[in-house]
Ligand binder design. Structure first.
Ligand code: MLT
Length: 412
């Protein structure tokens, strides 16, 4: 007899974005006219063309594979050194972060890495998760058996939820209890908030005091436009001892379909075995990747490297300017109808308070039916997301303008 991992039975309904897609498909199959007008501002998926620098590098790499003298088979599971070195030199050195190329692990996505990282941590950890939150952090912990059952609001027993509200600027207060793994994401998905140096320093201090590890998701770092906002947890003194950072080319170079990301595990980072002995985390992650992963394809890693060429940097900057231009339009439309709006300045997401008393899935339905626009209901990001919705700025300019027009003409 084959037995299942019954932790999967604890998961609430579908994963958020497939669930939205299912509801949208039902609506559009019954309503062809609305289907033709539909604008998707739900999942944060890029829409603009892949930078030419990346395409050129990818094509050249494919040609290399077409010649047996330059052909390559399996690459290093941790990533090619040309890309790891580019990241150490082009991303971390300019920030003053002491990150060596062999502390950077190339992967096919931060979604995968933030889930897979749990392979190297034991079942005894007390896990702290912000609320609202990118649902992958919660669901992967459920799958691993790190939680109890969910309650009516979708909160799981056994997790320490850290409420993120307008009153704390969506940066949670330090927990009063001891926790071992802490998920932080800034610029934040879904709220679009950023954390200050002081706030991140307090978290680093807390993690060091408690021998905890911060799992820092910086997937939206490229959208920081205001000065004085930290771009990496490793800008904070002491973070090498207590943090892992996840970054991605998805929202940076428009790679959601290309797939390339990276995770930084400093060699100084230690965690405990049950007998209290301290061990380096880096070799475990390296071992995990060597065993369960065969690396990202050579053409994709060449394409990612090309994003750091002068042309690549310019094209990435243009992409970010484009999406943030959409964010401004969407923010202004929401403000014009007197909604309370957050984010959209250093992030591609706008987090909006529903009018009083309106639930977030009801708001989702109103947007779908009245405006034929897909948004993401805040409750899908956790109990503290109830009463909010998220609008993604990943779209064409024409769609962002049209969405802004429709928001202004909805009945508020
Ligand atoms: C989102 O919409 O939150 C993101 O696109 C999801 C992801 O990056 O996996």
């Amino acid at each position: 007899m084959a037995y299942l991992n019954e932790n999967y039975f604890k998961l609430k309904a579908g994963y958020l974005f497939p669930e939205i897609a299912r509801r949208v498909a039902t609506f559009t199959s019954d309503n062809k006219e609305a289907a033709a007008r539909l604008i998707r501002c739900g999942i944060g998926d890029v829409t603009e063309a892949l930078p030419a620098a990346a395409r050129t590098a990818m094509k050249a790499a494919v040609d290399e594979l077409g010649d047996r003298t330059t052909f390559r088979g399996y690459g290093p599971e941790q990533g090619y050194s040309f890309l790891r070195e580019a990241l150490a030199n082009e991303v971390y050195a300019p920030l003053g972060c002491d990150i060596a190329h062999d502390e950077i692990f190339i992967s096919d996505g931060s979604k995968c890495d933030t889930g897979n990282i749990l392979d190297i941590f034991g079942p005894k950890n007390r896990i702290a998760i912000t609320d609202p939150v990118y649902p992958v952090y919660v669901d992967t912990n459920v799958m691993c058996g790190h939680t109890g059952e969910a309650d009516d609001t979708g909160s799981y027993g056994g997790l320490v939820y850290l409420p993120c509200l307008p009153s704390n600027g969506f940066v949670p207060a330090l927990p009063l209890e001891k926790v071992d793994l802490i998920y932080l994401c800034y610029p934040n998905n879904p709220t679009g908030a950023t954390a200050t140096y002081e706030q991140l320093s307090a978290w680093v201090h807390f993690a060091r005091e408690n021998q905890a590890i911060i799992l820092f998701d910086a997937a939206y770092e490229a959208y920081i436009t205001e000065p004085g906002v930290p771009r990496s947890i490793f800008e904070i003194e002491g973070a090498r001892d207590c943090a892992i950072e996840f970054r991605s080319f998805s929202k940076h170079g428009g790679f959601t379909g290309v797939r390339c990301a990276y995770t930084v595990v400093p060699k100084d980072l230690m965690a405990s075995s049950a007998d209290g002995k301290r061990h380096r985390v880096h070799p475990l992650w390296s071992r995990r990747q060597s065993t369960k992963f065969n690396g990202v394809s050579y053409p994709v890693q060449r394409a990612a490297q090309a994003l750091f060429s002068p042309e690549g940097k310019k094209e990435v900057a243009d992409l970010i300017t484009h999406y943030l231009g959409n964010a401004t339009l969407l923010r202004e439309a929401c403000l014009a109808v007197d909604l309370q709006v957050f984010g959209g300045v250093n992030a591609p997401y706008i987090w909006v308070k529903c009018p009083d008393g309106v639930k977030s899935w009801d708001m989702f339905d109103r947007f779908l039916h009245e405006a034929n626009v897909v948004i993401t209901p805040g409750a899908g990001f956790g109990a503290a997301g109830e009463g909010y919705f998220r609008i993604s700025a990943f779209n064409s300019r024409a769609n962002a303008e049209e969405t802004a027009r429709r928001i202004r003409s909805m009945k508020w």
